[in-house]
Write a protein that binds this ligand. Structure first.
Ligand code: C5P
Length: 222
């Protein structure tokens, strides 16, 4: 694998930020596959820390529990299915509001973007702050969003499909609560980068979202 300094061409960095259940993860993963780029779902890092704190019996909102858990963040454990649970999502948004947790994950994400595994020529990062804080100089930035009702409905269906219990009104309340926490925190609040392309997926299926993103990628990268 070539070291960052040995690369013949600069790494192409595409960031895809947005709120929960906006469809950003699906489009980011598919875009990375399509372009032959690496993909990093940065939300999984926060989920892994949140879950590690819960498993140790700690409080995800408590820096004394959450900050030491940053040391356990490991890119090889991000496929743990338990990270997809609602419990992990809520714990993630609590640890994510702690500045030292964000600081502790910054370099790992930047290193991944500077030198994607396998010497791949580009990377797609998805999360909340990948275009604003992690890679402000990214080649191309997207902000993928949808109304809170549409996102809660998607989340509700996803939980039912996984065999978990779900009530739409509860999913809606949790979505509103997570949006509020993610958008109002002092460090790296959820907001589009000024130079991000906005994609509203409320009335679009995944094919239409992917087609829209690909049009912008083709225009920007040729
Ligand atoms: O995207 P996902 O739902 O997996 O993210 C879980 C939580 O992690 C979010 O609600 C957010 O609080 C936090 N997060 C973040 N910054 C990122 C990615 C996720 O604060 N780049």
């Amino acid at each position: 694998m070539p070291a960052a300094a040995d690369r013949a061409a600069p790494v192409t960095v595409i960031t895809v930020d947005g709120p929960a259940a906006s469809g950003k993860g699906t489009v980011a993963r598919r875009l990375a596959d399509h372009l032959g780029f690496a993909h990093l779902d940065t939300g999984k890092l926060y989920r892994a820390i949140g879950l590690a704190v819960l498993r140790a019996g700690g409080d995800p909102a408590d820096p004394d529990s959450a900050v030491p858990a940053v040391q356990t963040a490991d890119l090889s454990t991000l496929s743990d299915q338990d990270l997809l649970s609602d419990e992990a999502a809520q714990a993630a948004s609590r640890v994510a509001a702690i500045p030292a947790v964000r600081e502790g994950l910054l370099q790992l994400q930047r290193d991944f973007a500077a030198d994607p595994p396998g010497g791949l020529p580009g990377v797609v990062l998805d999360g909340r702050d990948t275009g604003t804080v992690i890679c402000p100089d990214a080649t191309l930035k997207f902000f993928v969003t949808a109304s809170v009702e549409v996102r809660a409905e998607r989340r509700h269906r996803e939980l039912l499909a996984r065999g978990e219990q779900s009530i739409y009104m509860v999913a809606l309340a949790e979505m509103n609560e997570r949006d509020r926490r993610d958008s109002t925190r002092a460090v790296a609040p959820l907001r589009p980068a000024e130079d991000a392309i906005l994609i509203d997926t409320s009335g679009l299926d995944t094919e239409a979202v992917f087609a829209a993103v690909l049009r912008h990628v083709a225009a920007a990268l040729g």
